[in-house]
Write a protein that binds this ligand. Structure first.
Ligand code: ADP
Length: 461
């Protein structure tokens, strides 16, 4: 079956509900009308019976009969007078020689002094009949019976059913057509939105869906989609910049390598000259290898941890990283010191966390002048493990505090080149920390140097 559009489904539901309501209302109105008509008939019958009773009481029978014939129209001349034993005393001409029956039930009711109503069949037509007792001096002296054909009431009810049979389908059809138009109009903005969204692709991410300013659900949907587009656009821009930067970073050592090799090949060289050229080429190749390793590391760490992560004793990772850094710092006359540490565990990948710490420590060692100090410490702040790497170097200006975490950003290009940094160290460290649901920021240290702080959710058991 073809999937139905929302507006068709809305119309079907709406029409179905309306049909059910109209059928219910029609059934109620029919029973109400039928009840009220039968009440009217019974009231009329009772009045007629009282007229017959009074006429027969005040006048001799034949005069009363004459009187009644004139008073009641021929159609209504279905009445009779009986004596208390049920024998006929007088009957109207309309009965055409026949007699209205006096049922046992009616007899019982009139003995109690109440009028009895019942529906009977006479001459092939249905009649509503009232039987009224007439008392004189506390004695039942006469019984009056008056009948009315039920046909007019039935006709009225039939006409009402015929009217409903036309009005209900007509109303439902009109409502369905109107409902369909309304549903279409209400959903038109959704159609427009999906068309607008279809026109947006990677090449046209700056486009936005029109917000009509009505503040309704559709406007909120458009705003949500626009927010998503804005995030996609900035991610795409970042990716483009990253690829351009990466290509540029790769080109620099490759150009240098090419230059070295061309110079070496341009003329016949002595053995030491070749060795020098090859050593210089190897240096560039080393840089390329480091760069590609860093790029790989960055792409892996930004994809998040490969496994759900195990419990990591952060203190032992800190001790290990500090020992490695101390060895690296030896020939740079910078001291790596272990500050206060606390036993605290986190969930994650110990190797990646060690990489992040080492990147911070290596930077500290690289950018701190000889005679300086780099200190690593670990504190347990309840729900958070706080790790800090602080140095006595030049520090980082507040204006650069966010920028340095972007890939390939180096504050002092010449110095960074000299130290062999690719500008990816901090980007890698941050993406590892973020993948561990933590954060990495830089502050000004107590001694004016840089203080990198990693906050990770602590694992409690
Ligand atoms: P790099 O490979 O250049 O070290 P990073 O991403 O690790 O790349 O660092 C980015 C830049 O941030 C560095 O080039 C340097 O200018 C600055 N930086 C990083 N750590 C420190 C530090 N401890 N002290 C001063 N500057 C730093």
């Amino acid at each position: 079956m073809r999937p139905q559009s929302i507006h068709t489904r809305l119309t079907l539901w709406y029409t179905g509900a309306l049909l059910a309501i109209l059928v219910l209302v029609s059934a109620l109105s029919y029973s109400l009308l039928s009840w009220s008509l039968s009440q009217d008939v019974d009231r009329t019958l009772l009045t007629m019976a009282q007229v017959v009773r009074d006429a027969s009481r005040d006048e001799p029978l034949d005069v009363a009969e004459q009187w009644l014939r004139e008073l009641l129209d021929p159609e209504h001349q279905l009445f009779q007078l009986l004596d208390p034993t049920g024998h006929l005393r007088l009957r109207s001409r309309g009965l055409r020689g026949d007699q209205l029956p006096l049922s046992a039930a009616a007899r019982r009711t009139i003995i109690e002094g109440r009028p009895a109503f019942e529906t009977i069949a006479l001459h092939g037509q249905r009649l509503r009949v009232v039987t009224l007792p007439v008392h004189r001096n506390g004695r039942l002296v006469e019984v009056v019976q008056v009948g009315l054909p039920t046909r007019p009431t039935e006709r009225t009810l039939e006409r009402w059913i015929e009217t409903l049979a036309i009005l209900v389908p007509l109303g439902v059809a009109l409502a369905a057509a109107g409902g369909r138009l309304m549903a279409r109009a209400a959903l038109k903005p959704v159609d427009e939105m999906s068309q607008a969204a279809r026109r947006i692709d990677a090449g046209a991410l700056a486009r936005r869906i029109t917000v009509r300013g009505t503040g309704d659900e559709l406007d909120r949907l458009a705003e949500t989609l626009n927010g998503m587009l804005a995030r996609l656009e900035s991610t795409f821009t970042e990716m483009r910049r990253f690829s351009a930067d990466a290509a540029h970073e790769l080109r620099t050592p490759l150009t240098a390598l090419k230059g070295t090799l061309e110079v070496a090949l341009r003329a016949d060289r002595s053995g030491p000259e070749y060795r020098e050229a090859l050593a210089s080429a190897l240096e560039e190749v080393d840089r390329l290898v480091r760069l590609s390793e860093d790029l790989l590391l960055l792409s892996r760490s930004s994809a998040g941890p490969e496994s759900p992560g195990a419990r990591v004793d952060l203190e032992s990772v800190v001790l290990d990283a500090a020992a490695v850094a101390a060895r690296l710092a030896k020939d740079r006359s910078v001291v790596v010191r272990l500050g206060v540490t606390a036993p605290v565990a986190v969930q994650g990948d110990a190797g990646a966390l060690r990489r992040a710490m080492l990147n911070l420590l290596e930077n500290g060692i690289k950018y701190t002048p000889a005679g300086g100090r780099v200190e690593i410490s670990l504190a347990d702040e309840g729900s958070t493990a706080v790790l800090a790497v602080e140095d006595t170097g030049p520090g980082i200006d507040a204006a650069d505090a966010e920028r340095i975490f972007e890939p390939f950003v180096r504050l002092d290009a010449a110095r960074a080149r000299e130290t062999g940094g690719s500008g990816l160290g901090l980007a890698i460290a941050r993406s590892i920390v973020v993948a561990h649901r933590g954060m990495l920021v830089v502050e000004r240290g107590v001694a004016g140097g840089a203080r990198f702080v990693i906050r990770l959710p602590a694992e409690r058991r």
